[in-house]
Design a protein around this ligand. Structure first.
Ligand code: SF4
Length: 373
């Protein structure tokens, strides 16, 4: 992390402060903090806690540590350097919704972080014993779709990791039918800071990668000019575009643009899990789209036809255009297919899969036209 972060300074005082309050007060404080989910969807955290706490049955907490979005590695850094904050957040969540069991669903490739998590869990043992809470760790099976909050449930239950129809939402009917509070790593790690009165909703962690000398995780403040952030990461060559992970879309690089969700949305993209991949002028946007599309074809779970078949067809057309074998008719079909897949797919993966092509065609269409006959 390139800027000094409060996350590195845990001494369990946030946890102590939260546990001294009753569960409903804890939920009220989290609601008031303005914290929203940092995994991508941005749902208000306190509201999710409240909905789950009100549901009938044995409550569970599930930490989604299946960080699989290309270009995203902030959760890995949090677990590596601030695992104690995460465990504190999990215990506070258990206290708030009266859960006795919590699980961390850890990305399979992060298995080497299990000892770090276990060490942090051991440090909180007196609190766990007092509240009779147990925290387990389960390794993900290596599919991008397991980051979906319902596919993760099927994965843990030993079923094919396909998304479930919503509603019912996991907060009401989740793991084994029990009310399950699912929060991402960064979201939970922020919780102790709220009780130390040090949480700032305008700050978040952002993974910067791509054509940069100094790629890494930065603590950024909403509204800061993107050019200032990219300069800090030392661009290689002249930046041309920003790509928000695989699913967030591609927009032209404008150094004066303040980094806000609204500014990114106005350009047709979305910030999601806050991964920014800087693309310089040496790269072709068509080839970038082809590469991202290969990822989605590989990661589609295959459950619904629009995503399973549509993404294959999109890739075929992109390959033709990329090899200068496409036509203007292909380009039209590409636009129609992307529109169809984004509207007809069953879950967020399929709905967001064509966004990189949709935004590339909006902002960089001449690069596609140049390669068409
Ligand atoms: S949209 Fe894609 S990932 Fe989602 S259910 Fe359909 S096939 Fe699976």
């Amino acid at each position: 992390m390139k800027e000094e972060s409060l996350l590195f300074k845990s001494n369990l005082s946030g946890l102590k402060a939260a546990l001294s309050k009753n569960p409903s007060s804890v939920i009220k404080i989290v609601k008031k903090s303005g914290l929203r989910g940092r995994g991508g969807a941005g749902f208000p955290t306190g509201l999710k806690w409240e909905l789950c706490a009100k549901a009938k049955g044995e409550h569970l907490v599930l930490c989604n540590a299946d960080e699989g979005e290309p270009g995203t590695f902030k959760d890995k850094l949090i677990i590596t350097k601030a695992a104690l904050n995460l465990i504190e957040g999990i215990i506070i969540a258990c206290h708030a919704i009266k859960a006795k069991n919590a699980l961390i669903y850890l990305r399979g490739e992060y298995s080497y972080l299990i000892p770090t998590l276990k060490k942090a869990i051991r440090k909180t043992e007196p609190f766990l014993k007092k509240k009779k809470i147990s925290i387990g760790i389960i390794l993900g099976q290596g599919a991008y779709i397991c980051g979906d909050e319902t596919a993760i449930l099927n994965s843990i239950e030993g079923k094919r990791p396909e998304p479930r129809k919503k509603p019912p939402y996991p907060a009401i009917h989740g793991l084994y039918g029990k009310p399950t509070l699912i929060n991402n790593v960064e979201t939970l790690a922020m919780i102790p800071l709220i009780f130390l009165k040090k949480f700032d909703a305008t700050k978040r962690l952002c993974s910067f990668s791509g054509d940069l000398k100094n790629a890494g995780v930065f603590e950024i403040r909403e509204g800061k000019q993107i050019g200032k952030l990219v300069e800090k990461a030392e661009p290689i060559g002249i930046p041309k575009a920003l790509c928000f992970g695989a699913s967030g879309g591609i927009i032209p690089y404008d150094p004066c643009m303040p980094l806000t969700e609204k500014n990114i949305r106005d350009r047709g993209a979305w910030l999601g899990a806050c991964s920014i991949i800087v693309i310089n002028h040496a790269h072709s946007i068509v080839e970038l789209c082809e590469s991202i599309q290969k990822f989605f074809v590989h990661e589609s779970c295959g459950y619904c036809a629009p995503c399973r078949e549509g993404n294959e067809r999109i890739l075929e057309i992109l390959k033709r255009i990329s090899h200068s074998e496409g036509t203007m008719h292909d380009l039209k079909e590409l636009e129609e297919l992307c529109d169809f897949v984004s509207k007809a797919s069953f879950c967020a993966l399929g709905k967001s899969a064509p966004l990189h092509v949709i935004t590339a065609l909006r902002h960089f269409k001449e690069e596609f036209v140049r390669r068409c006959r």
